[in-house]
Design a protein around this ligand. Structure first.
Ligand SMILES: [Mg+2]
Length: 349
């Protein structure tokens, strides 16, 4: 098996601001695995909270793993070794996705079928970052005019405080009136527990479906207080990295949001889904700054996921890869063997 890395700069059409900062571009690592003329594609999006902050760290960590000779090992064995070697989840995700893509291509099956999963049915959210009410007025028509998207995820938790959050949300409510769109909110841990309690109640009276990560990662104990009096479902994202995290707060949340970059790829992503189901929780899948390669991997496992947020590739200009597209509001993998996505300007095998 030949493994190679391609570093690519991804530029966003609209910069994305969340409670922790603004992001207008990122460099990702595309992982190419080749065996017997078949090629598997994966993608690693480095991140400050995902254990590798740039492409060099991702490549160095993956090289360390490849150097121990993973050739005859299963994906599960390779994942176990990667955990023991403390390879960061965002780095391992690139290799894990590529290996699953290759496995499905060897089996001559779409990845979702290989995994025994149906195609996705739930429509994706499009994310709108923290911005002024004036910017909301401009942005909503740009995102939704002529689009089949039906949900907005509104990022709140502004460092300007709750009044800024409320002004932005009120403008979103006003601006979506011409469209048939539903709302959900992600605070990215930007509220104190008291603020979260107040905002969940405020949002429950203003057409919000649910709230994601109301309080910061590390304060999961406070979810207990929040959960008792909640007037909207609460999902955790940053607080859910691996399946074993779920046992610490399953009684105090309504659902979990998995991301391939946060958990290390498809292998652990599937464990998170099974664990969430075993504890009676709802599930969500989200993304980081990713192209349509890792979005297609996410779409391939999203057939039984309740809420979908696979939209980062729609905000790339250009998307360096080709794969999942929006069909009737659903982020749908391209129907082909594997996850269906590939880096453009590269041969499709
Ligand atoms: Mg989130």
């Amino acid at each position: 098996m030949k493994i190679s890395f391609h570093e690519v700069l991804l530029k966003k059409r609209f910069p994305l601001e969340i409670s922790r900062g603004v992001n207008s571009e990122s460099s990702n690592v595309f992982v190419r695995v080749e065996e017997n003329g078949l090629i598997g594609w994966g993608e690693s999006a480095p991140g400050n909270t995902e254990g590798a902050t740039n492409t060099k760290e991702v490549i160095a960590q993956l090289q360390q793993l490849i150097d121990i000779n993973i050739k005859d090992k299963s994906i599960y064995e390779i994942e176990k070794i990667a955990r023991e070697m403390k390879i960061s989840p965002c780095a391992f995700a690139g290799l894990d996705i590529a290996l699953w893509d290759l496995k499905a291509k060897k089996a001559k099956m779409p990845l979702h079928k290989l995994l025994g999963l149906p195609l996705p049915k739930s429509k994706t959210s499009l994310t709108i970052g923290i911005m002024s009410p004036d910017s909301v007025k401009e942005r909503i028509p740009l995102l939704f005019e002529g689009s089949s998207a039906k949900f907005i995820k509104v990022k709140l938790g502004s460092n300007k405080g709750l009044e800024a959050d409320k002004a932005m949300y009120n403008q979103v409510l006003e601006s979506i009136k011409p469209y048939d769109i539903k709302l959900r909110v992600d605070a990215n841990g930007g509220w104190s527990t008291e603020e979260a309690k107040y905002m969940i109640d405020w949002l429950s009276k203003r057409k919000c479906d649910y709230v994601e990560q109301p309080i910061v990662e590390g304060k999961e104990k406070d979810l207990k207080t929040l959960y008792k009096s909640r007037s909207l479902p609460i999902f955790v994202d940053e607080s859910c990295r691996y399946s074993q995290d779920i046992i610490t707060y399953y009684e105090y949340v309504d659902g979990v949001n998995l991301k391939l970059m946060k958990c290390g790829g498809i292998t652990e992503g599937l464990r998170i889904l099974s664990t969430a189901k075993a504890f009676g929780l709802e599930s969500m899948i989200g993304c980081m700054s990713e192209s349509s390669i890792s979005i297609s991997a996410g779409a391939s496992i999203s057939g039984q996921i309740d809420h979908i947020d696979l939209d980062s590739h729609y905000n790339l200009d250009p998307d360096p890869a080709s794969g999942a597209t929006m069909i009737n509001g659903v982020t749908m993998p391209r129907i082909a063997h594997g996850h269906g996505a590939f880096l453009k300007n590269e041969p499709v095998c």
